[in-house]
Design a protein around this ligand. Structure first.
Ligand code: SF4
Ligand code: SF4
Length: 367
């Protein structure tokens, strides 16, 4: 397919900032966080929204870090809505007061995704590294429901909170959410650094899967539950980002355009910035997007596999992290010669006592 024939992405994830009052040890942000002084100014984000709309993008997700720490969020939401874009706020709910939330709703927000760390208050605040966060989150959820906006609860699950998965599902119902995303930690960024502290055992995973299946049946028509399983216990990889450079793009606080939020871990890829090139040109022509787009780059066994246009070979960042080569078949796949590594790591790490968390902080941790 020539670059001009490339269909537009469905959605853009705008990481407005890496600032966040929480410090989750599984945060998907990179270890080297962008500082406030390098964040794009309002006028550039407004132009980026114009370019996203012209490119044919339908949805924008305002994310971070914590996007509500940006004082211009209302202006960005309003502009996106004026352009006819569907607007979603992905938030911890811990850095916003009611007046601001109402201003955002007025500006035309379409949907809110609120993250929770646990249902046990002490554990939630230990995991998020922020005392007082849970009460703020619950109050925020009530504001969202009172406004009439649809609410999704994002629950990231791991070995240190999985035992309370039923209570997390009950909490999502009590908060009036219409959707719950139960996402096992994906091991990129800070989560990779904290893998041993987060890795669930096979038994924990199986119990969680049964709990989700039972809740889906019990709550059909009231609460939709999405379930993202951990690759380390899988036999087939996920179609990461719906395929590299096929459906999504990610823009960092400083303006780099990435095919996925962890792509900067891959050495040798140069990422274009919205400060230097129009978004459409980056989507169609950027070397980083073209590197793993489609199937031509694939080695065996992916190259001749019937699933190659279903999972697109899985995750490049995970392939790099576990095999040393971003070109390799994702080791989550049972056909990968490296597949046994994942099962062994999961088994070993989940059986050992969890090490202390390395919390997400602005200064990168020493390894
Ligand atoms: S995962 Fe936690 S630390 Fe990372 S942006 Fe979300 S709330 Fe903040
Ligand atoms: S060999 Fe490649 S294309 Fe086939 S299932 Fe595994 S990762 Fe997917």
């Amino acid at each position: 397919m020539s670059p001009e024939d490339m269909p537009p992405p469905l959605a853009a994830l705008l990481e407005l900032t890496h600032r966040c009052p929480l410090q989750c040890p599984y945060c998907s942000n990179p270890l080297e966080l962008d500082r406030a002084r390098s964040e794009l100014p309002t006028e550039t984000w407004l132009r980026v929204l114009d370019e996203a709309s012209s490119l044919g993008i339908l949805q924008v997700h305002f994310s971070g870090g914590e996007p509500t720490v940006r004082r211009d969020l209302e202006e960005l939401v309003r502009h996106a809505r004026t352009l006819g874009l569907y607007t979603n706020l992905i938030t911890s709910g811990a850095a916003i007061d009611r007046a601001r939330f109402e201003a955002l709703a007025q500006a035309g927000l379409d949907h809110v995704q609120l993250s929770i760390q646990d249902v046990d208050v002490g554990e939630a605040e230990r995991i998020g590294g922020y005392s007082g966060a849970q009460a703020r989150k619950l109050t925020f959820a009530a504001w969202v429901r009172e406004s009439g906006l649809p609410l999704t609860i994002n629950a990231v699950v791991h070995r240190q909170n999985l035992e309370r998965i039923d209570a997390m599902i009950d909490l999502a119902v009590a908060l009036g959410a219409t959707r719950l995303e139960v996402a096992h930690v994906q091991y990129y960024g800070w989560a990779l650094r904290n893998r041993a502290a987060l890795m669930p055992s096979r038994e924990q995973l199986d119990r969680a899967t049964s709990a989700v299946e039972a809740a889906r049946e019990r709550l059909a028509g009231r609460l939709a539950i999405d379930y993202v399983v951990p690759d380390y216990h899988a036999r087939r990889p996920k179609a990461c980002m719906g395929g590299w450079g096929r459906q999504f793009l990610n823009i960092t606080p400083a303006g780099k355009v990435l095919p996925c939020h962890a792509a900067e871990t891959i050495p040798g890829l140069a990422f274009d910035s919205v400060l230097d090139r129009p978004l459409a040109e980056i989507w169609q022509e950027s070397a980083a997007f073209r590197k793993f787009r489609g199937t031509a780059w694939m080695p065996e066994p992916c190259r001749s596999c019937d699933y190659r246009e279903i999972d697109w070979g899985g995750c490049r960042c995970q392939a790099l992290a576990l095999t040393g080569s971003a070109e390799a078949t994702d080791p989550a796949c049972a056909f990968s010669p490296h597949h046994a590594i994942m099962g062994l790591l999961a088994e070993t790490e989940s059986r050992a006592p969890p090490p202390p968390f390395v919390y997400r902080r602005m200064s990168a941790p020493r390894s």
